[in-house]
Design a protein around this ligand. Structure first.
Ligand code: DGP
Length: 115
C-alpha cells in the first residue's frame, strides 16, 4: 500500500468505486471517466507504479490481470464482439495514475489508432 495512491485507497475501500471483481492478487472496478460503454480497470493489489517497475517475480501477477480482464469481458457481454486491453506506461504513454492498471474497453466499435 502506498499512502498517497488513489488506487491503493480503492483497494483498501477508503474511497468508493464500483468494484466488479477482487481476489487476493487483483481488483477490478469501473473507470470514473469512461471512454467507452464498458471501461474497467484491472489492477494488482500490490502497489507497482508502472510497467517499468515490474520484476520477473511479477510475471504471474501480470498474466492474472489479463485472465481476470477476459472473464470480466465475458460477464459484460463483450467478449464475442471484441474489446481492447491497453496499458499506458509513463507520461508519454499517457499514464496519469501511477499504480499499474490494465484498461478493458468495449461495448462500441473502437477507433483504430494510427501512431
Ligand atoms: P491512465 O491514463 O492509464 O493512468 O488511466 C487512469 C484512469 O483512471 C483514467 O481513465 C481515469 C481513472 N481514474 C482516476 N481516478 C479514479 C478514481 O478515483 N476512481 C476510478 N474509478 N477511476 C479513476
Amino acid at each position: 500500500m502506498s499512502e498517497d495512491c488513489i488506487f491503493c485507497k480503492i483497494i483498501a475501500k477508503e474511497i468508493p468505486a464500483e468494484i466488479l471483481y477482487s481476489d487476493e492478487r487483483v481488483t477490478a472496478f469501473r473507470d470514473i471517466e469512461p471512454a467507452a460503454p464498458v471501461h474497467i480497470l484491472v489492477i494488482p493489489n500490490k502497489h507497482i507504479p508502472s510497467m517499468n517497475e515490474v520484476e520477473e517475480e511479477d510475471e504471474k501477477l501480470i498474466g492474472h490481470l489479463f485472465t481476470v480482464a477476459k472473464k470480466i469481458a465475458i460477464e459484460e457481454g463483450i467478449a464475442e464482439r471484441g474489446y481492447r486491453l491497453t496499458m499506458n506506461v509513463g507520461k508519454e504513454g499517457g499514464q496519469v495514475v501511477f499504480h499499474l492498471h490494465l484498461h478493458l474497453l468495449g461495448g462500441k466499435p473502437l477507433r483504430v489508432h494510427k501512431y
